[in-house]
Design a protein around this ligand. Structure first.
Ligand code: PMV
Length: 364
């Protein structure tokens, strides 16, 4: 599908009011997206595990306005008015208006909340933008009731991407690829698609325990980080590497090659942070406790041969990944050795999930 396929125009009478509600999960990338072109087009393809517990629930109430001059909405986060989220939503509406021409016709009340604590250092932009995009698509589906489900999901992913790149991987589960890659003819830079190739069952029900090393604001935002990949001395090599890692991962997943998986996933995480450390200006998002956790995972894996590995997002927190078969051992290890490195001992046990869920169907 091309960008033009997502442009809408309606002859239908628009509903006067209503309410829609969706819950969308977060996701963690195995092959990282870092660097983008104009209009949130990724510089390289990425692949992620859709999570289950870490999610955003959003309700959007809509009522027709007399005048359609500008965007108008009220925003509530966890029950309270949240003025500082408004500019981001306003920018998002501006970017997606061409695809959802009803936006200026309504006044919206957006109510949103996260399943994880606000100051956990977990980025809510992926789940938040996915939940909002799905709510807006639900409104469009009320205008165009014959909409095909595949189109609904692809357009929701397309819109979410315009809010926050990785959000496009939070619509479906449990392995999602985003970004054009030769081997996957259905892949696109515009939206995420479910990973179509064979995945050995040792990778199903994968767990992700998120060690909350640092809950404060990051010193450098993802937006700035992506931007620093322009003119980065290693950019070309890195983007090519993501493509070859995607090819390698296909074999790893199909064969159930746990060792290959661990090696590739940890290398991707460290490469992401290596890009940050070698950009101009350079920066470091890992903390001493991030390193302590990584070293303890390596030592534990070496000593016990338990298949536990880590990945990182653009922050200090460590995502500890392990298969279902070792979950008791892994939790014991986390409690005995890793919790001490988490801020206030906090961590979140999550796992692969099946994607976003529609919560109510209140047709008015
Ligand atoms: O979606 P953004 O712009 O917040 O970027 C996300 C970048 C990483 O989380 C570091 C990697 C990824 O692929 O999710």
């Amino acid at each position: 599908m091309t960008e033009k396929d997502f442009r809408s125009s309606y002859d239908e009478v628009l509903p006067s009011e209503g309410k829609v509600s969706w819950k969308a999960p977060s996701n963690i990338a195995l092959i990282k997206y870092w660097g983008k072109k104009e209009n949130q087009i990724p510089a390289n393809p990425s692949i992620s595990i859709t999570l289950d517990a870490c999610a955003t629930t959003t309700s959007v109430s809509y009522s027709r306005k007399e005048e359609a001059s500008q965007f108008s909405f009220d925003l509530f986060f966890e029950g309270k008015v949240k003025e500082d989220f408004k500019p981001k939503i306003n920018t998002f509406f501006g970017r997606i208006e061409a695809y959802l021409p009803f936006l200026k016709q309504y006044h919206f009340k957006i109510e949103t909340s996260n399943s994880f604590p606000h100051s956990s250092g977990i980025a809510s932009s992926a789940s938040g933008m996915a939940a909002l995009a799905l709510c807006l698509m639900e409104i469009e589906r009320r205008i165009l009731p014959n909409m095909d489900t595949m189109f609904f999901k692809r357009k929701a992913s397309f819109l979410a991407r315009l809010g926050s790149g990785s959000a496009c991987r939070s619509i479906e589960g449990d392995l999602i690829q985003w970004g054009r890659h030769e081997r996957l003819t259905d892949s696109s830079d515009l939206y995420g698609v479910t990973y179509p190739f064979k995945v050995n069952k040792i990778f199903s029900n994968f767990h992700d325990a998120i060690m909350l090393v640092h809950k404060g604001q990051k010193q450098v935002s993802s937006t700035v980080g992506h931007d620093l990949m322009h003119g980065h001395p290693y950019a070309t090599t890195r983007f090519a590497q993501a493509h070859s890692n995607l090819d390698a991962l296909e074999q790893i997943l199909a064969k159930g090659d746990m060792e290959g998986f661990i090696q590739l996933v940890e290398s991707e995480a460290l490469t992401l942070h290596a890009m940050m450390m070698t950009s101009n200006p350079y920066f470091i998002l890992m903390k001493p406790d991030t390193m302590e956790i990584i070293n303890k995972i390596w030592a534990y894996r070496e000593a016990t041969k338990t298949p536990i590995c880590f990945t990182l997002d653009a922050g200090a927190n460590v995502h500890v990944l392990y298969p279902e078969s070792v979950k008791e051992k892994a939790i014991q290890f986390i409690q005995d050795e890793l919790v001490v490195h988490c801020e206030n001992g906090h961590y979140i046990c999550d796992r692969a999930g099946s994607g976003a869920k529609k919560l109510i169907a209140q047709n008015t």
